[in-house]
Design a protein around this ligand. Sequence first.
Ligand code: NAG
Ligand code: NAG
Length: 135
Amino acid sequence: MLVGLLVAVAITLSEASIQKVSINGSTICGDRYISGVTVQLWEEDTFDPDDLLEEGITAKTNGTFSVSGVTEETTLIEPYALFIHNCDVKNAEKCVRSTRFPIDRKYINGPVYEMSLVQLKTRQGEDKETCREKK
Ligand SMILES: *[C@@H]1O[C@H](CO)[C@@H](O)[C@H](O)[C@H]1NC(C)=O
Ligand SMILES: *[C@@H]1O[C@H](CO)[C@@H](O)[C@H](O)[C@H]1NC(C)=O
Protein backbone atom coordinates (compact mmCIF):
# COMPACT_ATOMS: atom_id res chain seq x y z
CA MET A 1 0.00 0.00 0.00
CA LEU A 2 2.69 2.47 1.09
CA VAL A 3 4.98 1.28 -1.68
CA GLY A 4 2.15 1.74 -4.13
CA LEU A 5 1.64 5.28 -2.87
CA LEU A 6 5.32 6.11 -3.16
CA VAL A 7 5.40 4.77 -6.69
CA ALA A 8 2.36 6.87 -7.56
CA VAL A 9 4.05 9.97 -6.12
CA ALA A 10 7.25 9.23 -8.00
CA ILE A 11 5.36 8.82 -11.26
CA THR A 12 3.46 12.07 -10.70
CA LEU A 13 6.68 13.96 -9.97
CA SER A 14 8.42 12.55 -13.00
CA GLU A 15 5.52 13.64 -15.19
CA ALA A 16 5.74 17.31 -14.20
CA SER A 17 6.53 19.23 -17.33
CA ILE A 18 7.88 22.68 -18.04
CA GLN A 19 5.16 24.93 -19.38
CA LYS A 20 5.98 28.30 -20.85
CA VAL A 21 3.71 31.13 -21.95
CA SER A 22 4.74 34.40 -23.60
CA ILE A 23 2.61 37.40 -24.44
CA ASN A 24 3.35 40.75 -26.04
CA GLY A 25 1.57 43.78 -27.41
CA SER A 26 0.75 47.36 -26.50
CA THR A 27 -1.78 48.70 -24.03
CA ILE A 28 -4.09 51.51 -25.06
CA CYS A 29 -6.64 53.51 -23.11
CA GLY A 30 -9.19 54.87 -25.54
CA ASP A 31 -7.17 56.42 -28.36
CA ARG A 32 -3.82 56.77 -26.61
CA TYR A 33 -1.04 54.45 -25.49
CA ILE A 34 -0.91 53.86 -21.76
CA SER A 35 2.43 53.26 -20.06
CA GLY A 36 3.31 52.07 -16.57
CA VAL A 37 0.70 49.33 -16.67
CA THR A 38 1.60 46.21 -14.69
CA VAL A 39 1.24 43.12 -16.85
CA GLN A 40 1.09 39.85 -14.96
CA LEU A 41 1.00 36.28 -16.12
CA TRP A 42 -0.98 34.00 -13.82
CA GLU A 43 -1.85 30.37 -13.67
CA GLU A 44 -5.27 29.45 -12.35
CA ASP A 45 -5.44 26.76 -9.69
CA THR A 46 -8.74 25.22 -8.78
CA PHE A 47 -7.93 24.25 -5.19
CA ASP A 48 -5.00 26.54 -4.34
CA PRO A 49 -4.52 30.28 -4.74
CA ASP A 50 -3.51 31.17 -8.30
CA ASP A 51 0.23 31.41 -9.02
CA LEU A 52 1.91 34.52 -10.34
CA LEU A 53 4.38 33.41 -12.99
CA GLU A 54 5.90 36.70 -14.06
CA GLU A 55 5.22 40.39 -14.32
CA GLY A 56 6.35 43.33 -16.38
CA ILE A 57 5.56 47.00 -16.93
CA THR A 58 4.47 48.59 -20.20
CA ALA A 59 7.00 50.92 -21.85
CA LYS A 60 6.80 54.70 -21.55
CA THR A 61 6.32 55.88 -25.10
CA ASN A 62 4.14 53.23 -26.63
CA GLY A 63 2.76 50.97 -23.91
CA THR A 64 4.71 48.01 -25.30
CA PHE A 65 5.05 44.90 -23.17
CA SER A 66 6.63 41.50 -23.50
CA VAL A 67 6.27 39.02 -20.64
CA SER A 68 7.17 35.33 -20.39
CA GLY A 69 6.37 32.95 -17.57
CA VAL A 70 7.49 29.40 -16.87
CA THR A 71 6.16 26.83 -14.45
CA GLU A 72 6.48 23.14 -13.84
CA GLU A 73 3.20 21.32 -13.33
CA THR A 74 1.85 17.82 -13.74
CA THR A 75 -1.36 19.00 -15.39
CA LEU A 76 -1.87 21.47 -18.21
CA ILE A 77 -1.98 24.98 -16.73
CA GLU A 78 -4.77 27.50 -17.23
CA PRO A 79 -2.91 30.72 -17.89
CA TYR A 80 -4.36 34.23 -17.95
CA ALA A 81 -3.03 37.77 -18.24
CA LEU A 82 -3.89 40.46 -15.71
CA PHE A 83 -3.40 44.15 -16.50
CA ILE A 84 -3.31 46.49 -13.51
CA HIS A 85 -3.91 50.08 -14.60
CA ASN A 86 -5.85 53.27 -14.06
CA CYS A 87 -7.49 53.65 -17.47
CA ASP A 88 -11.01 55.01 -17.13
CA VAL A 89 -11.20 54.79 -13.34
CA LYS A 90 -13.32 57.04 -11.12
CA ASN A 91 -10.25 58.67 -9.59
CA ALA A 92 -6.82 58.11 -11.16
CA GLU A 93 -4.97 58.80 -7.91
CA LYS A 94 -6.96 56.43 -5.74
CA CYS A 95 -8.31 53.75 -7.98
CA VAL A 96 -6.85 50.88 -9.94
CA ARG A 97 -8.49 48.43 -12.25
CA SER A 98 -7.43 44.90 -12.93
CA THR A 99 -8.53 43.55 -16.25
CA ARG A 100 -8.21 39.87 -16.98
CA PHE A 101 -7.73 38.19 -20.35
CA PRO A 102 -7.73 34.42 -20.83
CA ILE A 103 -4.83 32.83 -22.67
CA ASP A 104 -5.68 29.94 -24.95
CA ARG A 105 -3.90 26.69 -24.14
CA LYS A 106 -2.43 26.55 -27.63
CA TYR A 107 0.07 29.18 -26.44
CA ILE A 108 1.48 26.87 -23.74
CA ASN A 109 4.90 25.95 -25.08
CA GLY A 110 3.63 27.38 -28.33
CA PRO A 111 3.97 30.66 -30.21
CA VAL A 112 4.03 34.06 -28.51
CA TYR A 113 0.48 35.23 -27.86
CA GLU A 114 0.57 38.48 -29.79
CA MET A 115 -2.19 40.48 -28.14
CA SER A 116 -1.45 43.50 -30.35
CA LEU A 117 -3.41 46.52 -29.11
CA VAL A 118 -4.96 45.74 -25.75
CA GLN A 119 -7.83 48.16 -25.16
CA LEU A 120 -8.11 48.71 -21.41
CA LYS A 121 -10.97 51.16 -21.60
CA THR A 122 -13.42 48.46 -22.56
CA ARG A 123 -14.68 46.48 -19.60
CA GLN A 124 -14.61 42.97 -20.94
CA GLY A 125 -14.90 39.80 -18.94
CA GLU A 126 -13.50 39.95 -15.44
CA ASP A 127 -12.73 43.52 -14.50
CA LYS A 128 -12.33 44.87 -10.98
CA GLU A 129 -11.93 48.43 -9.77
CA THR A 130 -10.68 49.12 -6.27
CA CYS A 131 -10.27 52.53 -4.69
CA ARG A 132 -8.37 53.51 -1.59
CA GLU A 133 -10.45 55.15 1.09
CA LYS A 134 -9.96 58.83 1.89
CA LYS A 135 -7.86 59.32 4.99
C1 NAG B 1 5.83 39.81 -30.29
O1 NAG B 1 6.52 38.61 -30.52
C2 NAG B 1 6.60 38.25 -31.90
C3 NAG B 1 7.23 36.87 -31.98
O2 NAG B 1 8.46 36.82 -31.28
C4 NAG B 1 7.38 39.32 -32.64
O3 NAG B 1 7.44 38.99 -34.01
C5 NAG B 1 6.68 40.65 -32.46
O4 NAG B 1 7.41 41.68 -33.05
C6 NAG B 1 6.50 40.96 -30.99
N1 NAG B 1 5.70 42.16 -30.83
C7 NAG B 1 5.94 43.08 -29.88
C8 NAG B 1 4.98 44.21 -29.83
O5 NAG B 1 6.88 43.00 -29.10
C1 NAG C 1 8.30 51.06 -27.84
O1 NAG C 1 9.13 51.67 -26.86
C2 NAG C 1 10.19 50.84 -26.43
C3 NAG C 1 10.94 51.53 -25.30
O2 NAG C 1 10.53 52.83 -25.07
C4 NAG C 1 11.09 50.53 -27.63
O3 NAG C 1 12.13 49.67 -27.22
C5 NAG C 1 10.28 49.88 -28.73
O4 NAG C 1 11.07 49.68 -29.87
C6 NAG C 1 9.07 50.72 -29.09
N1 NAG C 1 8.23 49.96 -30.03
C7 NAG C 1 7.61 50.53 -31.06
C8 NAG C 1 6.78 49.62 -31.88
O5 NAG C 1 7.68 51.73 -31.30
